[in-house]
Write a protein that binds this ligand. Sequence first.
Ligand code: GLN
Length: 279
Amino acid sequence: MTPRNLILQAVRSLKEAGVPDPETDAALLLSFLMGLPPLELRMDMEHTVSAEIVSAYGDLIGKRQQRIPLQYLTESVRFHGLDFRVDSRVLIPRPETEQLVDWGLEILKNVAAPAVLDLCCGSGCIGLSIRAARSDAAVTLTDLSEEALAVARGNAEQLRLRVEFLHGNFLQPVRQRSFDLILTNPPYIPTGDLSDLQREVRLEPIMALDGGTDGMDFYRRLAAEGALYLSPGGALLMELGIGEGEAVSALFRRTGAIQTELRKDFAGIDRMLLVRFGE
Ligand code: GLN
C-alpha cells in the first residue's frame, strides 16, 4: 500500500461516517503515524508503507469514524505558539482562546511580576501560555478535575514552565489570595444545547462544557465572589458563549463592576469580557 492509496481509502471511510473534513483528517493522521510533516508526505506518495503503519492507520481511521476528535487521536494541539498534549480528560484548546491570552498579556503589560490565576485550567493552555510569555509572572492553575490537572501538569513539565497547580472547586483552592489577573474559559453552554453540539464536541468532558440551564451558572458565581480575589486594580478576563455578552456584562455591573468591556473573536462573536471592580 502507498500513502496515496491509503489516504484515498481512508477519505472514503471518513466520508461515509459524515466526518466534516475527511481529506485533511486522512492526511494528517497518516503524517502523524509516519512522523512526517504533511508537506513531506505529500511529496512522496508512492512508496510502500510498512504493515505496522497500515494497521495502526486502520485503527485511527476507525476511531475517527466514531467521531473521536482528531486532536485526541494525535494527542496534540498547537496553541499560542506552544505544543500542548491533550486527550479525552481535557477540553481541546480553541483558536479563539488564544485571543483571550493575547488580551491578558496586553492587560499585564504594565504590571511587574504579576500574580495570575487560570481558573478551570483544563489542559493548562491559558495559564501556561501566559507564563511562557511572561517569565516574571507567578501563575496559578486550578481545576475541579484531578484528571485535567494531571494533563496540565504534564504540559507544564514538557514545556518546562514553573507554575503552581491547585485542585478544587471554583475559587476555593485560592481562598484569601488575590491576583492581578484572573483568566477563565469556563463551561458556558446551556445544558439544553449540549445534545445539539457536533458529535466530536460531545466526546469532550461534559464538566468543561455544561454551564447550567442558561449557560451562565459559572458567571453568576464569579460575579458574586470574583472581586474578593482581585488585587487593587486587578481584572477578570473571561471567555463567553455565543449570545451571552450583554447578559454577562449586566450581571457583573449589578454586582459592582466599574468597567465591563466586550471583545469579538475572529468570527465576529462577542467572545471575551474584561471586568474591573475599581481600586
Ligand atoms: N482553560 C482550558 C481551555 O481554555 C479549559 C477550559 C474548560 O475546561 N472549560 O481550553
